[in-house]
Design a protein around this ligand. Structure first.
Ligand code: SF4
Length: 415
């Protein structure tokens, strides 16, 4: 089975994460599947409950995705794809046959690099466990499971459709078909006991998966939790839990390589690394976002029609993109910082100019101010957030906002 491979320490040239500096950035493909069994009360993703008793319109949606991909190909002629990610929603609601058809259609239109990482997100209790082997046979080589917790009471309070036993069975089933599996866990859950997050991680470790993602629950606007806020643990309780989890995972041999991501050696998520190193990505499907570097310089961002009905209706007319814009140079500086400083090991100094096409002096004011405040360190061959910088990441990233919006001021011409 083809597996992910990414280097230890700062992402080294040759792993594909940073590229060789020549030509356009690495390219990934994101495929959005916008349906779930039920909408979770904390979720602000573009996900929609499948109406009771109905099936998702799989064939029509696959046709739309293929048309969507075709429409976007002229922007990336001659380029190859290094990772594919089925995200959602719950892509595991697709049939194995549907995933196989889609991947065959993708391969017929664009070259996937040898060893291309192909991830599919699933959720326990989504009736999809019987499909895992079919997903593998279709070409998927990495599974990501939305476990969130093994504690039944926590899962109920989160409005999840599964319980702890179903989560365990889903993981066991996944490991029978895949040797590269990520588990998503959440901490800071409503009424969560102080030790419960730690216990969830211990249980997750027991399965021996290659990757863990540990997110803190945040209350997002326009969610049920925003309207009816649950009682969340105090910040310092969550911070202590996070510290304990970091220690536990380090002891277990996991590399904490990004704010929320922990991987066994060589199993960092290549797809997400491409986002964090400001690579390019095509995004197809309802509400999907794309970022494409333009041949003459600059970056274009696109968003697809968001609601599934609207996406399908427009797709039937050959329209997919609802918004398209070229990113202003000042915004590119901030967008680069927003992504790259999530990486604990940092990035090569040349990456900024490579990925943005901007003069490195554009990055200097924020960098200098970050170093002055102890948030950023310059090491030989890399720039990285310090421990303080990781803790106050929002403050660090804000240094790269355009001057006047909170960013560090541009130096005077003679400074
Ligand atoms: S399963 Fe995931 S994507 Fe679906 S509603 Fe819940 S949190 Fe959102």
């Amino acid at each position: 089975m083809v597996t992910a491979s990414a280097g230890r320490g700062p992402i080294a040239a040759g792993t594909g994460a940073e590229g060789d500096g020549a030509g356009p950035p690495p390219l990934s493909l994101y495929i959005h599947v916008p349906w779930c069994i039920r909408k979770c009360p904390y979720c602000d993703f573009n996900s929609h409950a499948v109406p009771a008793g109905e099936a998702i319109p799989e064939e029509a949606y696959l046709d739309a995705l293929i048309g969507d991909l075709e429409s976007t190909l002229p922007a990336v002629w001659g380029r190859t794809v290094r990772s594919v990610f089925f995200g959602g929603g719950t892509p595991g609601l697709l049939s194995g046959r549907g995933v196989a058809r889609l991947l065959a259609e993708v391969r017929a239109r664009i070259t996937l690099e040898p060893g291309c990482e192909i991830t599919l997100e699933t959720n326990p209790g989504a009736l999809e466990e019987g499909r895992y082997a079919a997903f593998r046979d279709a070409g998927v080589n990495r599974l990501s499971i939305g476990v969130q917790s093994f504690d039944d009471a926590s899962l109920r309070r989160l409005g999840r459709v599964h319980d702890g036993g179903q989560a365990e069975r889903a993981i066991e089933s996944a490991l029978r078909s895949f040797d590269n599996v990520n588990l998503d866990l959440m901490i800071g859950l409503p009424d969560q006991a102080e030790t419960a997050a730690h216990q969830d991680v211990v249980r997750a470790l027991g399965f021996g998966t290659t990757h863990l993602s540990v997110y803190q629950l945040t209350i997002e606007a326009n969610t049920v939790f925003a309207k009816f806020p649950p009682r969340l643990p105090e910040e310092d309780v969550v911070a202590r839990a996070q510290e304990e989890i970091d220690g536990l995972l380090a002891q277990a041999g996991f590399e904490h390589y990004e704010v929320s991501a922990y991987a066994r050696s060589g199993r960092r998520c290549r797809h997400n690394l491409n986002y964090w190193t400001f690579g390019d990505y095509l995004g197809i499907g309802a509400g999907a976002h794309a970022k494409i570097s333009l041949p003459g310089g600059g970056v274009r961002r696109e968003e697809r029609f968001r609601a599934p009905d609207s996406y399908l209706r427009n797709a039937a007319q050959g329209r997919f993109v609802s918004q398209r814009r070229t990113v202003a140079a000042d915004d590119l500086v901030f967008e680069f910082a927003l992504n790259a400083f999530r990486l604990r090991d940092g990035f090569a100094p040349a990456l900024f100019a490579e990925r943005t096409g901007l003069d490195p002096t554009k990055f200097e004011p924020g960098l200098r101010e970050g170093v002055r405040r102890g948030l950023i360190a310059r090491h030989p061959g890399r720039i990285a957030p310090t421990g303080l910088g990781m803790r106050f990441l929002n403050d660090l990233q804000a240094l790269f906002l355009p001057a006047g919006e909170g960013g560090a001021p541009e130096p005077a011409a003679d400074s």
